[in-house]
Design a protein around this ligand. Structure first.
Ligand SMILES: Nc1ncnc2c1ncn2[C@@H]1O[C@H](COP(=O)(O)OP(=O)(O)O)[C@@H](O)[C@H]1O
Ligand SMILES: [Mg+2]
Length: 256
């Protein structure tokens, strides 16, 4: 069904018209999401969606062509569209409520998902402020988030899970270092794993953190628990490469 989004090859003039109207097929997006995407187009932020990079239960990520606002800054933008119907609202609410930035009670499922998109936007900003590589957030509106496209010549980078690590000792240390820097900046990713790290650049890939929507500030009552889980998952992943680190010592280092 999402395949229908692939843009047909059109002659130049028609292509322009097509770009302006952005054929957003019925059935792929609900009318509110189409409206939001159009608003981004009208603001010159995107020119159209190319294809889905990833489709998930709670969100789909698309490669989009950058609009005129990004003139000279790169050709593509990543568009993350949070699904209203299939999201786990209870889980989202748990991460929102304990975080004083978002604790105001949301009344509808829609509002919860909107708050989630806003939270991911804020959290990406926080990562960059803490000097941790992550996609630069550009804009959000309702359930749609625009951010820097992490890839090479239009090809999205692969996750650590998919490409693996060429330098496990170093990558493990780098990721623990990110957790440490974030913690020093009052923040925990809370879903750190090989699935949420993109390996960017060649020959030496730099890990980029993504999927930061569930990240919380340290005031969240479960922040410490989330941090311990993040550290444990990273150590567990690198253990198969023979990287031996004591979980307690690593956690103490991250918090030091
Ligand atoms: N900024 C980005 N640039 C390129 N690819 C991305 C970007 N953000 C996400 N992706 C791709 O989309 C996938 C899903 O994104 P993610 O934020 O982890 O959402 P979720 O896990 O909730 O579906 C990632 O594994 C990655 O392949
Ligand atoms: Mg993910």
């Amino acid at each position: 069904m999402a395949l229908r989004l692939w843009k047909k090859k059109l002659p130049a003039r028609e292509d322009k018209v097509m770009k302006r109207s952005l054929k957003l097929e019925e059935g792929v997006f609900d009318s509110q999401t189409r409206f939001t995407l159009r608003a981004f187009m009208n603001k010159g932020l995107i020119d159209g969606l190319d294809y889905p990079v990833s489709t998930g239960k709670e969100a789909d990520v698309y490669r989009a062509r950058a609009g005129p606002k990004f003139e000279g800054e790169g050709e593509f933008v990543a568009v993350k569209i949070f699904r209203i119907a299939t999201s786990d609202f209870q889980r989202m609410t748990d991460y929102l409520r304990g975080d004083p930035r978002f604790s105001r009670v949301k009344h509808s499922k829609r509002e919860i998902v909107y708050a989630w998109a806003r939270k991911e936007f804020r959290n990406l900003r926080l990562c960059l402020d803490a000097k941790v590589p992550a996609p630069e957030p550009y804009a959000f509106n309702k359930n749609v988030l625009l951010m820097q496209f992490i890839g090479e010549e239009g090809v999205p980078d692969s996750t650590l899970k998919d490409v693996g690590s060429d330098n496990p000792e170093k990558d493990c240390e780098t990721l623990l270092g990110y957790a440490r820097r974030l913690y020093a900046n009052n923040f925990v990713h809370a879903d750190l794993s090989e699935f949420n790290v993109l390996m960017h650049g060649y020959p030496e890939a730099v890990p980029y953190l993504i999927d930061v929507g569930q990240g919380v500030v340290l005031e969240h009552p479960k922040a410490e628990e989330f941090l311990a889980r993040d550290v444990a998952r990273i150590l567990h992943y690198f253990k198969k490469y023979g990287v031996k680190k004591d979980a307690g010592a690593a956690l103490r280092w991250v918090k030091a």
